[in-house]
Design a protein around this ligand. Structure first.
Ligand code: BGC
Length: 732
């Protein structure tokens, strides 16, 4: 409907109806509509009349169910404002793709946009109108379990992905195949102290603005309709009550016009944070700061009205929030068609259809990272006698913690992937993913096989391995060891699996390790004991097939790490674009009084941007077309890249820049460009990047975003540790 009609509708609402639009509840409230107040309603202190006015609903999916709830809701609704259905569609809906951290390794924004579009199409037919994605929190500490939901540690790369996701999900919003998206978790949620989930964030303002905020901003500039606040504090103020972030930065500086929603029960948590005396004060703080929707508490419903009557809050603040919600419903076309994309027939046709599965398989090929390949063990010849061993050999738990709608039965295990390629595979589980006590610690129901006889399993594995020519060992952490609430202080795999690795090593056959995890684990011991190593993440529904394509060389590796793998947990947080210190070990040489550890190197085990391929790429030196850059010119930086192998492959050429002197300390390097090229055997291509003044801007000593004159180093290579360098000067 026309915008003026939205205004008229708003003006016609009672205060209770307005507040209703600012409440989000989960499906259980609506399915129990005819009941008296029990269960979740009672716990939350919510009444039937509140539910009848609630504006949105979370994590209820399925065309039939959504339509039923919507129909019943509208039947009793006086003003006929449809419910808005929102859900966590993170790495796909039914067709699951690799977890975002895996997708981040593709360095392929086009593919990521396609994946978001598929997720939107599939979810839209199941009645979803908004997804709580993209999650764009920058991550530098592998102890934090939610690194799996992020695209990694780099600001530039994450900005590209954020834009691609928004475009993919939203397209044109009035088209019912598209869904609106909600960027989260604003802001800085990826940097909790010690990697412990929900912990405080302690970050200086410059780092926040320079490294963390640009990614949320990129999503908003791409048109993202919603923002979710984060659980953490910034500057000792919980974000959900942080006026500076929600109002000054988001609304005034970034001109964000969409809806802001709290994270789950976050508004009430302002009391536990110790900044609100009671629920009423929590409601005031969040609404005043700019949080429009209260997700899963009754704080707004119980207290906003009296806050207005007592003139503590101005009604205009509520009206603005409600208008934003109504405008979003209008943009989605809900007033014309409250059921929107929900369609039982299409839902069936689209779910896990061939095209989507095909894309999922391609995304596995492009997300698995080849970390080691000694003696060119890989690709495996199809007639090689393989022993497939390990808890992930036959496991279908490959979708990652946030794939809440995935059906594991539909997921291709590694075993099935290998069978699909060559018909046979000898297989044994050999070890447990979790120790007994770790299973209890997860706080989530997990199915441990009680019948599992570890000794017999191990013997079986040894017997099979002895008869084989090569051992493929599928190891990893449990999917629930990462994700929300999945922080870990030790980044290892279970002792049972380490024992299995030792036994396999003793057989003296080449070992390929397939590593499944939601984060960079400490892989030192594993790396030392295997011949080849593939980081598979949680690869989604086509996991086993995509991995088998790579194992047998039907696809080539092209993924590069988007997050550093620590050499030891003690290095965390470890990331490539750290600030320069006054005593850098690199320039002074090994000396006690330099910035280093006595017992481990400063470098991670595998750096950002690293990844091998079946092809071998050789880089020429960098050629700059000029040495001086000004505001209105640009420098062309070129490099020749040659595929010196006999295998066609894709290379991700990476451009880094280092500011040699600034008014504040600058990072040792920053990614500023990527180019993906495909090279036939022996083919050479020249890759050219444009370097502009804009790429050199940062928050200077006066907190102005600008560039400063001086010398810069440009580096172009295949990962963040490249030594291929040239110098240029910026003149103003
Ligand atoms: C998570 C969010 C998620 C929300 C709704 C919260 O616990 O932090 O990322 O979108 O739940 O499911």
């Amino acid at each position: 409907m026309e915008l003026s009609k939205v205004q008229e509708l708003l003006a016609s609402l009672t205060i209770e109806e307005k507040i209703g639009q600012l409440i989000q509840l989960n499906g259980s409230f609506f399915e129990e509509q005819e009941e008296v107040v029990t269960g979740p309603m009672q716990e939350l202190g919510i009444h039937q009349k509140d539910i009848q006015l609630a504006g949105s609903i979370l994590n209820t999916v399925g065309a039939k169910k959504v339509k039923n709830i919507q129909r019943k809701y509208l039947e009793q609704s006086k003003k006929k404002i449809p419910l808005l259905f929102m859900a966590d569609i993170i790495n796909g809906y039914k067709t699951t793709f690799p977890i975002p951290l895996g997708l981040g390794c593709s360095f392929d924004t086009e593919m990521i946009q396609d994946i978001a579009r598929i997720a939107a199409q599939e979810a839209a037919t199941a009645g979803i109108a908004v997804t709580f994605s993209p999650m764009v929190d920058l991550v530098r500490d592998a102890r934090w379990g939610r690194v799996m939901e992020s695209f990694g540690e780099d600001t530039y790369l994450n900005c590209q992905y954020a834009k691609a996701m928004v475009k993919g999900y939203q397209g044109k919003l009035d088209e019912k195949n598209n869904i609106a998206c909600c960027v989260k978790h604003f802001a800085g949620y990826g940097a909790p102290i010690g990697g412990r989930d929900y912990n405080s964030v302690d970050m200086n303002e410059r780092t926040l603005f320079q490294a963390y905020l640009p990614v949320y901003q990129a999503a908003i500039e791409a048109g993202c309709e919603m923002v979710m606040t984060s659980f953490n504090t910034i500057d000792q103020i919980p974000v959900t009550a942080n006026y500076k972030l929600l109002h000054t930065v988001l609304r005034e500086q970034w001109k964000f016009r969409g809806v802001v929603i709290s994270d789950y029960s976050e508004i009430k948590e302002l009391i536990a944070h110790g900044i609100a005396e009671d629920e009423k004060e929590a409601a005031y703080l969040a609404m005043h700061a700019g949080c429009d929707i209260d997700m899963m508490t009754s704080v707004y419903v119980k207290h906003l009205k009296s806050l207005i009557e007592e003139k503590v809050l101005d009604i205009q603040v509520i009206d603005d929030a409600v208008r934003r919600v109504l405008e979003l419903k209008n943009k989605l076309g809900l007033f014309e068609n409250p059921y929107r994309g929900a369609d039982e027939q299409l839902e069936k046709e689209r779910e896990l259809c061939c095209d989507y599965r095909h894309k999922a398989r391609e995304s596995v090929q492009k997300s698995c990272v080849l970390l080691k390949n000694n003696q060119q063990l890989l690709p495996l010849k199809k007639d090689k006698k393989i022993a497939l061993i390990g808890p992930y050999s036959m496991s279908k738990q490959l979708n990652g913690m946030w794939s809440i709608y995935a059906d594991e039965k539909e997921t291709a295990s590694v075993y099935e992937g290998i069978i699909n390629h060559r018909g046979i595979a000898e297989c044994a589980i050999g070890a447990k993913v979790l120790e007994e006590c770790a299973g209890n610690q997860l706080g989530l129901p997990i199915s441990q096989d009680l019948e599992f006889d570890e000794k017999r399993e191990l013997e079986n594995a040894i017997e099979i391995a002895k008869k084989a020519e090569v051992i493929v060992l599928a190891l990893g952490e449990h999917p629930y060891q990462s994700g929300e609430g999945g922080s870990r202080a030790e980044l290892s795999i279970s002792d049972s699996q380490l024992g299995l690795l030792k036994q396999m090593k003793a057989i003296h056959k080449p070992i390929v390790v397939l590593m499944f995890s939601g984060r960079p684990l400490d892989l030192k011991i594993i790396e030392e004991n295997c011949t080849a190593l593939i980081q598979c993440w949680f690869p989604g529904v086509e996991g086993g097939n995509g991995i088998a394509d790579l194992l047998f060389g039907e696809a080539n590796f092209s993924a590069r790490l988007s997050m550093s793998f620590p050499y030891s947990v003690g290095q965390c947080p470890v990331y490539y674009n750290h600030d320069q210190t006054g005593r850098p070990v690199e320039s002074v040489g090994i000396n006690r009084f330099t910035s280093r550890y006595l017992d481990v190197p400063n470098q991670p085990l595998y750096c950002f941007g690293y990844g091998l391929s079946y092809s071998i790429f050789e880089y020429g030196s960098i050629h700059l077309d000029k040495k001086y850059l000004t505001k209105n010119t640009f420098i062309k930086a070129s490099v020749k890249v040659k595929n010196i192998s006999n295998v066609k492959g894709e290379e991700t050429v990476q451009l880094y820049i280092r500011d040699l002197k600034g008014s504040v300390v600058r990072p040792v390097k920053e990614l500023k460009g990527i180019a993906k090229i495909t090279l036939e055997p022996k083919e050479e291509k020249e890759v050219t990047f444009k370097i502009t003044e804009e790429m050199l801007r940062f928050y200077t000593i006066s907190m102005t975003y600008e560039s400063e004159e001086g010398s810069f180093e440009v580096m172009i290579g295949s990962n963040s540790e490249t030594y291929n360098k040239a110098l240029f000067v910026l003149q103003k």
